[in-house]
Design a protein around this ligand. Structure first.
Ligand SMILES: O=C(O)CCC(=O)C(=O)O
Ligand SMILES: [Fe+2]
Length: 231
C-alpha cells in the first residue's frame, strides 16, 4: 500500500469578476457536456459551407487565428452574408440554441433576465488558436449595435487582455480564460480594446472537451444590420 493520494486537493473555485464596468467574467460557466457539444459543432462549421481559414488583412497580413462565422461573415472590417474573401458561399445560419445560450450568458453576467430576453445575437465568430496564435489589441466596432459581446472559451487557457476605450495601452487587466469560461463585455466596456497575447499550450483537457489541443473562442454579437427576426 502506498499513501500517495490518488487525487490532489480540488483547485480553488474561481469567482465571478468584473474587471471593468460592464465587463463580467464567469469562470466555469459551460458544463463539460456543453464544451464537448461546442467542439463537435465547431468541427462541422469549420468544414463549410465556408471553411475555417486565416483571415487576410487589407494591407496584406494574415491573422494567426483561424476563423469561421455563422449568421454573418466578418471580414476586415465589415459583415456580409457571403464570404467574398474566401469562397463566395453564404455562411451557415446561426442556430437558435446558440441565441438561447447567448441570452442565458447575458442574464447570468448582468443578473438581469429582462435585458437578456431582449438580446438576439445574429452572428457568431468562431476563432481557433493554435499554440502560436494571438490576437492584437483591437475594438469590436464593425457592429452597428451597442449590445454586449458574449465570449466563450473551450480547450486551452489564454491570457485575455481587457483594456479601456481610449487606446491599446494601460490600464488593462490580464484575465486568465480557461475552458468553460464566459466573458461578457457591454455597456461602458462595449468598445474597450482587448486582445489575446498568449495561449497556454497543453492547459486544456482533451478528455473533457474532445479538443486535442488549441483554444476555441466563440463570440456572439448583434450586428445591427437587419431588422431583428423574432425567434
Ligand atoms: O479569443 C478571444 O477571447 C477574443 C476574440 C476577439 O476579440 C475577437 O474575435 O474579436
Ligand atoms: Fe474582439
Amino acid at each position: 500500500m502506498t499513501d500517495v493520494p490518488l487525487f490532489g486537493p480540488s483547485p480553488e473555485p474561481r469567482a465571478r469578476a468584473e474587471p471593468a464596468p460592464g465587463a463580467v467574467h464567469l469562470p466555469g460557466w459551460l458544463t463539460p457536456d456543453q464544451q464537448r457539444l461546442l467542439v463537435r459543432e465547431c468541427r462541422g462549421w469549420a468544414t463549410g459551407p465556408v471553411p475555417m481559414r486565416h483571415t487576410r488583412l487589407p494591407r496584406g497580413g494574415v491573422m494567426s487565428v483561424q476563423t469561421v462565422c455563422l449568421g454573418w461573415h466578418w471580414q476586415p472590417y465589415r459583415y456580409t452574408r457571403t464570404a467574398d474573401d474566401v469562397n463566395g458561399a453564404r455562411v451557415a445560419e446561426l442556430p437558435g440554441w446558440l441565441v438561447g445560450l447567448g441570452r442565458r450568458a447575458v442574464a447570468d453576467a448582468y443578473r438581469d433576465p429582462a435585458a437578456a430576453a431582449d438580446y438576439t445575437p445574429d452572428t457568431a465568430l468562431i476563432n481557433f488558436y493554435d499554440r502560436d496564435a494571438r490576437m492584437g489589441m483591437h475594438q469590436d466596432k464593425d457592429e452597428r449595435s451597442d449590445a454586449p459581446v458574449v465570449s466563450l472559451t473551450v480547450g486551452d487557457s489564454c491570457v485575455f487582455r481587457f483594456g479601456n476605450t481610449e487606446g491599446r495601452g494601460r490600464p488593462y487587466a490580464d484575465v486568465e480564460l480557461r475552458s468553460g469560461d464566459l466573458f461578457v463585455f457591454g455597456g461602458p466596456s462595449r468598445y474597450a480594446y482587448h486582445g489575446v497575447p498568449t495561449v497556454r499550450p497543453g492547459s486544456g483537457d482533451p478528455a473533457v472537451t474532445g479538443l486535442p489541443g488549441g483554444r476555441l473562442n466563440i463570440t456572439l454579437r448583434v450586428t445591427g444590420l437587419e431588422p431583428r427576426t423574432v425567434r
